[in-house]
Design a protein around this ligand. Sequence first.
Ligand code: NI
Length: 384
Amino acid sequence: MSTSVMSSKLLEQAIQDRRYLHEHPELSGEEYETCAYIRSRLESLDIEILDYHPPSVVGFIKGITGERTIALRADIDALPIEEEGNKNYISKKSGVAHVCGHDGHTAILLAVAEWLSKNRSEFESDVMLIFQSSEEVTPCGADLLVKQGILQEVDAIFGIHLWQGLKKGKIGLSHGPMMASADDFEIIIEGSGGHGSMPHETVDPVYIATHVIQGLQSIISRKLNPLTPGVISIGKVEAGTTYNIIPNSVRLSGTVRGLTYASVKLLRENIKELTKGICTSFGAKGEVSYIIGTPPLVNDLEQSGFVEKVIRNHFGNEKFALVEPVMGGEDFSYYLLKKPGAFVFVGMGGEKSSFPHHHPKFDIDEDVIPDAIELFIQLVKNFK
Ligand code: NI
């Protein structure tokens, strides 16, 4: 176990940054003032800024050898929600608030940037600092940056989330799948309507829809390996106008979650096939529009092993937590589709952070900010 490399001044600045960002939240895709703030901090530290599509800001710092490049990512967007509570740094913008902790992520990466810029002789690899817009929406910021080629020169990428679901004092990850995909779909069942008293003269799409809804769950229970998690949920059913008219069509809207690329593909293909098959067998037409969202977040085993080693060596064995995968989504997964890397939860669950992410009273526990900064710095120092 080694001691912290940070000064108290650096930590004070991180808290100050975090509170400023918390008071001035911006929605996904609109983070222009946040970017201006980040940009001016990076410029004052003499950090090169790379040219990527705003409102994301990407900094670059050369290492001693520059043989490899490590990327660190923070998401910077807030949510459309009215913040509640009485903290003295509460959101100054009505209806917008940092209730996922991205203000903390941004402040942490700024502190890392400051430390790296002032200790350039202490790390070998080049470092890319990605302050990423639009984590919370589709299309998301990560996908956009990857499409712009941001990872071309990158060997590995790391990201954190301050995590209320993990106990304060722990830092951890899963080796392999860690967070779920989030796809949506819409099914239109086209039948042939008519009088409710004469069903034999119709092709009743409402009746057929009941079979489709039931059938979809058989994909989970009969197609997916029982040891592989997966969810299919129908959240919206739309049909008909009154008691005695069989409508022409039914529209079903639903969502799909999975933890591996293979399971998500299996769910997608089976939803299409089964819907078509059931509808055809009843003489109707079934069309599935599938909206591919965030892919599952799957940590690279070599890099997640590296993170575990850094946590154990630097903070001590008791700090490390092997995290159970969660069914929430995270657009960091787009980076991991392209390059190896790992996503890490920094635990903060406890008295100071007791409300779940996205709750109007959610707050981060600032006590864990130093560990998060230290983790990023140690990943850079130890990256080979
Ligand atoms: Ni988040």
